[in-house]
Design a binder for this molecule. Structure first.
Ligand SMILES: Nc1nc2c(ncn2[C@@H]2O[C@H](COP(=O)(O)OP(=O)(O)OP(=O)(O)O)[C@@H](O)[C@H]2O)c(=O)[nH]1
Ligand SMILES: [Mg+2]
Ligand SMILES: [Zn+2]
Length: 287
């Protein structure tokens, strides 16, 4: 680093350009050097003025890195807001995968139920059962609605002091949460979204700076979340309630499928381990 270089944080990047926040939170468009390693939103970088262009010269070491498959999603995040909604229908497998990714990236997970205005006779029980699984696992849960402006003030305390990322299926309301928190920047959000079947859908991640030291990253919706190079041990750690009980299986190398005296299968039958958690555990193991 020479005297003229400064540190900024990547808000968004596309092709050979990036938008960064300077140390005093001003936005600036910069060029990327061709030989720069892959950037992630949230990266701290050094930049300098070179022949009338502002150029990023280096990426600072990362505190955390969230990847999806081999793609970098975001760096230097401390909290993951896994957003679900009554519609689209939530997937517990997707939640379980995010929980594992958060665990091995040292990111605190929080489950956010948005669109709680849509809870009614037809879906209330299903959603409550789903939330109960994660409540039992001591995951923090918040229920909000950006439409009914329900409980949105609870987000302030949740976000304060953290760099958080909004993740989840397309259409759960991640960008709507950003729009609520930053109503004046709504038009800029449109820059990174495209219209699909009449809906705005976010096409790349973007970091926003809120007040009170909070930063929030919007990310594109997903159908699935691939965990790359995940080990059996990491999966076991991600399903700690299953792992703990597996110590009581007859065989040390029990796969908890059809072995005799399998404590895990017995616990599933007895309702101690939720069958949905057991299913997503088995699905991850065969990958
Ligand atoms: N009923 C209801 N609808 C909501 C709420 N919040 C957002 N929506 C609607 O849900 C739809 C999707 O919202 P978005 O914020 O674009 O969802 P997203 O998660 O950012 O979707 P992607 O960018 O595709 O990942 C929009 O039509 C919103 O108006 C809510 O609290 N209640
Ligand atoms: Mg969006
Ligand atoms: Zn077993």
């Amino acid at each position: 680093m020479n005297d003229s270089s400064k540190i900024g944080q990547i808000s968004a990047h596309f092709g050979k350009k990036a938008v960064l926040f300077t140390a005093d939170n001003k936005k600036m468009t910069v060029k990327l050097r061709a030989n720069l390693p892959n950037l992630a939103v949230g990266d701290y970088v050094t930049y300098q003025l070179l022949q009338n262009d502002v150029v990023i010269s280096d990426i600072q070491p990362r505190n955390s890195l969230l990847k999806r498959g081999n793609k970098l999603v975001a760096a230097n995040i401390s909290q993951m807001l896994i957003v679900i909604a009554p519609e689209p229908n939530p997937s517990n497998e997707l939640i379980d995968r995010y929980l594992i990714a958060a665990q091995f990236s040292n990111i605190k997970p929080v489950l956010v139920l948005n669109k709680s205005d849509l809870l009614g006779q037809n879906n209330q029980q299903l959603i409550e059962e789903l939330l109960a699984i994660y409540q039992q696992l001591q995951i923090d849960i918040v229920q909000i609605s950006t439409y009914a402006a329900q409980n949105l003030q609870s987000l302030d305390g949740l976000l304060s002091g953290h760099t958080s990322i909004l993740v989840g299926q397309s259409g759960v309301g991640k960008t709507s949460i950003i729009n609520y928190l930053l109503p004046n920047q709504t038009s800029k959000i449109g820059d990174l979204s495209s219209i699909k079947q009449g809906k705005h859908t976010t096409s790349s991640a973007q970091l926003f700076v809120l007040d009170k030291g909070a930063k929030l990253i919007d990310s594109p919706g997903v159908r699935s979340f691939e965990l790359q190079n995940i080990t059996k041990e990491q999966i076991n750690m991600g399903f700690s309630e299953i792992y703990q009980i597996s110590a009581k299986c007859k065989f040390r190398n029990c796969n908890h499928i059809n072995e005799p005296n399998c404590a895990v299968k017995q616990a599933v039958m007895a309702g101690i381990i939720h069958p949905k958690r057991y299913q997503s555990y088995q699905k991850l193991l065969v990958l």
